[in-house]
Ligand binder design. Structure first.
Ligand code: CLF
Ligand code: SF4
Length: 520
């Protein structure tokens, strides 16, 4: 009920904004949006940091490769690739590939032609959709004809959309030239080990050149092919993200070594995801009781690996047919029946105009944060703490506590506000009534946070949060997240200094596996 209301509201907002910007565009042409491919937008440097310009151009509106972009831009997946060439112990092939999807999800499979129609339909409805990914439901490169046919169709009909691919890497070296030929700038390889002894505990078999390999031999073959594929891609200037599934007791410690190995081969981004496993998925790990990591175990490993290579912390473990902003899945609006009946009006100019508006919003957000950071300069304190934020996107605190399906988690220190992850939760507000059980689970999911920032919150959950030691903060409704968090943190430090409050280190939190799996 709430989700559809929200989408309707979003769409009204989009229509209004588009009408405004088309009017503004008629009055003022320019702003770098007139280039042929449409890939560049407005020349904004918001969030560029120290990235070289040619890399920034590739990542600035890719929601997975830029944390900053994920607040503003959307991606979509098309499920054209059903077959797989390996077996992972966290996967049940009745469901989508668990390397880029939540377990237990079944996507609607499409032909390349249906996929192309879907991309145009989504691009017309969601102008901030900038990336098309193929991530399953099996391995895209175990289905090369379907994958590349889809890319060919999209390149022809919607050349402004970035192409993205996710693979287990076994077949990758055979397809690097074709990938480069389709101008695919972004490839993800799931690499869970670089030591075949570890790999033998994760992969029971791989199938290569008409032969099935098992045990150590299978894992050795897989890691050799993954490393070769990664090197070949980075040599060609293709940005590579490495996904790793953190499996406590099996590869958790080893992932530091994986991080080093992929960094030395030129990977751009490392995304360490928690294992999600439950007996009802019928996977080997689900059935043998293999647990996933806690929130703090995951964060500690991500912190340890953070160095020259960026760590991705905003992955939502999407479905193979996901559509929308990360964390806001709109796939149900674009089922095959619906898209086949849709009249598609793919208007490149309106898309570019909308994205120019998004860039303006983004520049304003960065400026606001900068201002607040300057006010923090000179503060001396070792205090570092986490806060949770309820948001619907655009970098704003714009979600009601009771409507939040996830909270973003930000780490605050005198260095500023840093995004460190998100926590899926069970909806507190079901039809307008607070559910006590779900409140307990929300508190467990954000238990390591000192405060939760919301647009609005009712009296009951407020009191329970305070009892749990988490401060509900509703004084920054509809304001920018980072600026608000830094303002709050300054006040917090002052209160600690003045002896008004005592700073207490909080405990661990739970990764809500059920909430992740059930997410829309
Ligand atoms: Fe899709 Fe993956 Fe491309 Fe993104 S998803 S193929 S890189 S466009 Fe993104 Fe989804 Fe995480 Fe993947 S949040 S599961 S990292
Ligand atoms: Fe499943 Fe993906 Fe592993 Fe294949 S690569 S077995 S689809 S998780």
């Amino acid at each position: 009920m709430h989700a559809s209301t929200q989408h309707e509201a979003n769409e009204v907002g989009v229509a209004d904004k588009l009408a405004d910007i088309m009017q503004a565009k008629a009055e003022h042409q320019g702003c770098g949006t007139s280039g042929g491919s449409g890939k560049a937008s407005c020349g904004s440097s918001a969030g560029q940091g120290d990235l070289p310009t040619e890399i920034w151009e590739k990542v600035k509106n890719h929601p997975c490769y830029s944390e900053e972009a994920h607040h503003h831009y959307a991606r979509m997946h098309v499920a054209v690739a059903p077959a797989c060439n390996i077996q992972c112990n966290y996967c049940n092939r009745k469901y989508d590939c668990a390397n880029e999807s939540r377990p237990g999800v079944v996507s609607e499979k499409l032909t390349p032609e249906q996929a192309a129609k879907k991309v145009l339909a989504v691009a017309s409805t969601i102008p901030q959709m900038t990336v098309l990914g193929i991530a399953g439901p099996g391995d895209p490169l175990a289905n090369p004809e379907k994958t590349f046919k889809t890319f060919e169709l999209i390149n022809r009909t919607a050349p402004d959309i970035k192409l993205c691919l996710s693979t287990n890497g076994l077949a990758l070296p055979d397809h690097v030239d074709t990938i480069a030929g389709f101008n695919v700038d972004h490839v993800t390889i799931t690499i869970n080990m670089v030591d075949p002894e570890v790999g033998a505990k994760i992969y029971p078999w791989v199938f290569w050149k008409h032969k099935r390999y098992t045990g150590y031999e299978a894992a050795k073959l897989l890691t050799d092919r993954q490393m070769l594929g990664l090197e070949m891609l980075t040599e060609r200037g293709i940005l590579c993200k490495v996904n790793s599934v953190m499996i406590p007791g099996i590869n958790d410690k080893h992932l530091v070594e994986v991080n080093r190995a992929v960094k030395s081969r030129g990977a751009f981004l490392h995304n360490i995801m928690p294992l999600i496993s439950s007996p009802e998925h019928g996977t080997v790990f689900g059935l043998n009781g293999q647990r996933g990591p806690t929130a703090q175990e995951l964060k500690a490993l991500q912190d340890e690996c953070e160095g020259e290579m960026n760590m991705m912390r905003h992955c939502r473990q999407c479905r193979a047919d996901a559509v929308g902003l990360l964390g806001e899945d709109r796939s149900a609006e674009f089922t095959t029946d619906k898209i086949m009946a849709m009249e598609v009006n793919y208007d490149l100019e309106s898309r570019k105009a909308y994205q120019a508006l998004v860039e303006e919003e983004r520049v304003a957000k960065v400026a606001a944060k900068q201002e607040e950071l300057e006010a923090l300069a000179g503060e001396q304190s070792d205090i570092k703490l986490l806060v949770a934020v309820a948001t619907k996107g655009s970098g704003l605190i714009n979600e009601h506590f009771g409507h939040a399906k996830e909270f973003q988690v930000w780490e605050l220190s005198t260095g500023g506000a840093k995004f460190v992850g998100h926590r899926r939760v069970d909806l507190y507000c079901q039809g307008g009534y607070g559910e006590e059980d779900s409140l307990e689970t929300i508190i467990r999911a954000i238990n390591d946070c000192h405060a939760v920032f919301v647009a609005k919150i009712g009296g009951c959950p407020k009191a329970d949060l305070i009892k749990a030691g988490i401060e509900p903060v509703d004084g920054f409704a509809h304001e920018f997240i980072e600026k608000s968090a830094i303002t709050w943190f300054k006040e917090y430090l002052n209160k600690v200094k003045g002896g008004e409050i005592e700073h207490i280190v909080r405990g661990d939190a739970e990764i809500r596996q059920g909430a992740l799996i059930n997410a829309a």
